[in-house]
Design a protein around this ligand. Structure first.
Ligand code: MV4
Length: 490
């Protein structure tokens, strides 16, 4: 199913059947659950896969799909309900010996009780909106003297943002990592942990890089976190793929935050290291199959890393960038996977979020995975729209990142040095090559030998540009070669 904005998207063209479900704004298309269910029934579909945004975590939608006699490829509505409210999920975790951050599950009723609680687990503390999520409505309180005014402000903020002024209190964990556990469950009580993903490299709650395993997780810790996640999933009556989010502090303490009751964007890194196709098993489990894996058999093999390639101008405060993708070269090779939604000619607009593609690599070690990612990013060319590609390249070159010295605040601290535009050391060489190529062409002598593919760039009917890497293979390429090619085209 697609909206007007996606009418010419590659996945729509590839699909055997595709149905337009409305205009570009998601309120009028991807969020109209009743229409989606109607269309599914009209077309004789058996099931609805909700993807990872939009209606994927809406209890009412999961229920409506089931009531319509269709299969929802996700957890039962009851499991979404049990885990959907943060305080309810916290209470369920506590009841099942899943560690949570010291704090309350009930809304604060007075400054006095807040002060007492804060004294008991020590400052700093964190006030969170019960109805909040994704970091909205959080407020750090560093001393008792700030508590009263912060509580009032947090309650007003919560009321404004969510229509509910309930606020609860937790000990503030300083400098933790964000580590999450992938679970997979069938209808027959088999619940598996597929290990962790390290997602600390994020900005304003948007993940930029994810990897598996995590440098901070030993096999013992993996087992403990996995068992905790499985206990919680079991208690919630969970079926299908889901993710338990934890904070992990520098002393190996882990604390449950919330459970995502859907497939996640970063699932490919788990697929690479476990060899288990998560989407295939989502479908098979939804169809009533049993999971054939044993927990003891599941061990991470090698390393996997994902970069979220977004249409953002990272040099200008990550401003969303729009335009036509007028040239695209997709990296390839062993251990390289491209999960992309664009092609040459795609129009990148502002209707949905800026994720263009995910570049995922695997290798035997973290060091080699980073090298492979770096090489793949060098190979990647997206022209016509600003992307995070250069930012990701610099990330792969960062000393702290390479040593795995990351936590949830790391990227925002490092942003300045990663986004300040610095010319590559070969800038002069690039300019010289580009100038030489242009000069040859402009003097009417024809292309410089070996550069026909650049200068005589073929135009296809309709104005799209055909790939031109037949002669300029990146076999011996450095970034300056790519840059020279692009400069010569301009
Ligand atoms: C925290 C925390 C530190 N201490 N809770 C942010 C989103 C929400 N799901 C929970 N969040 C946090 N809760 C305590 N007690 C720090 C964060 C947090 C965070 C968590 C995961 C990933 C990125 C984050 C970025 C900033 C803050």
């Amino acid at each position: 199913m697609y909206s007007d904005a996606d009418a010419i998207a590659p996945h729509v063209r590839e699909a055997d059947e595709a149905v337009n479900i409305g205009p570009a704004p998601s309120r009028e298309s991807y969020l109209v659950g009743d229409r989606i269910i109607e269309v599914a029934k009209e077309r004789g579909a058996q099931a609805i896969h909700p993807g990872y945004g939009f209606l994927s975590e809406r209890e009412w939608f999961a229920r409506a799909v089931r009531d319509a006699g269709l299969v929802f490829v996700g957890p039962p509505a009851e499991a979404i309900a049990a885990l959907g409210s943060k305080t309810a999920a916290r209470a369920l975790a506590l009841k099942n010996d899943v560690p949570v951050v010291p704090g309350t599950t009930d809304a604060l009723t007075s400054v006095e009780s807040a002060r007492e609680l804060a004294e008991s687990f020590g400052y700093p503390v964190l006030l969170k909106a019960a109805a909040g999520g994704g970091g909205k409505g959080m407020r750090v309180v560093r001393a008792a003297s700030e508590l009263e005014s912060s509580l009032g402000a947090a309650q007003r903020e919560a009321k404004n943002a969510f229509g509910d002024d309930a606020v609860y209190i937790e000990k503030y964990i300083i400098g933790p990592r964000h580590v999450e556990i992938q679970v997979l469950a069938d209808r027959y009580g088999n619940v598996l942990s597929l290990g962790e993903r390290e997602c600390s490299v994020q900005r304003r709650h948007q993940k930029m890089v994810e990897e598996s395993p995590s440098v901070a997780v030993s096999s013992q810790l993996r087992q403990w976190m996995g068992e905790a996640a499985v206990r919680l999933a079991r208690a919630a009556g969970y079926v299908n793929a889901g993710t338990c989010e934890f904070l992990l502090d520098s002393e190996d303490n882990f604390y449950f935050l919330e459970m995502n009751t859907r497939l996640q964007v970063e699932h490919p890194v788990t697929e690479f290291v476990t060899g288990i196709d998560l989407v295939q098993w989502q479908l098979r489990v939804a169809a009533g199959e049993r999971l054939p894996f044993k927990q003891e058999e599941i061990r991470p093999r090698g390393w996997a890393m994902e970069c979220r390639i977004t249409s953002e101008d990272t040099a200008n405060g990550f401003l969303p960038s729009t335009g036509r993708v007028d040239y695209l070269h997709i990296p390839s090779g062993p251990g390289v996977r491209w999960d992309g939604g664009i092609e040459t000619g795609s129009e990148v607009g502002l209707h949905y979020d800026p994720l263009l593609a995910k570049l995922i690599v695997t290798a035997s070690t973290r060091e080699l995975a980073i090298e492979r990612m770096h090489r793949a990013l060098l190979e990647l060319v997206i022209d016509g729209v600003e992307t995070s590609r250069d930012f990701h390249l610099r990330l792969m070159e960062d000393g702290e990142f390479k040593r795995g010295e990351i936590e949830i605040q790391w990227l925002e601290r490092r942003l300045e040095s990663l986004t300040s535009v610095r010319p590559p050391p070969e800038a002069a060489k690039i300019a010289a090559i580009a100038a030489a190529l242009l000069a040859e062409r402009d003097r009417g002598r024809g292309p410089v030998p070996g550069t026909q593919a650049i200068v005589g760039r073929p135009q296809t009917p309709g104005g799209t540009t055909a790939p031109l890497y037949n002669e300029c293979t990146p076999a011996a390429s450095g970034s300056w070669k790519n840059a020279a090619r692009l400069e010569s085209l301009r």
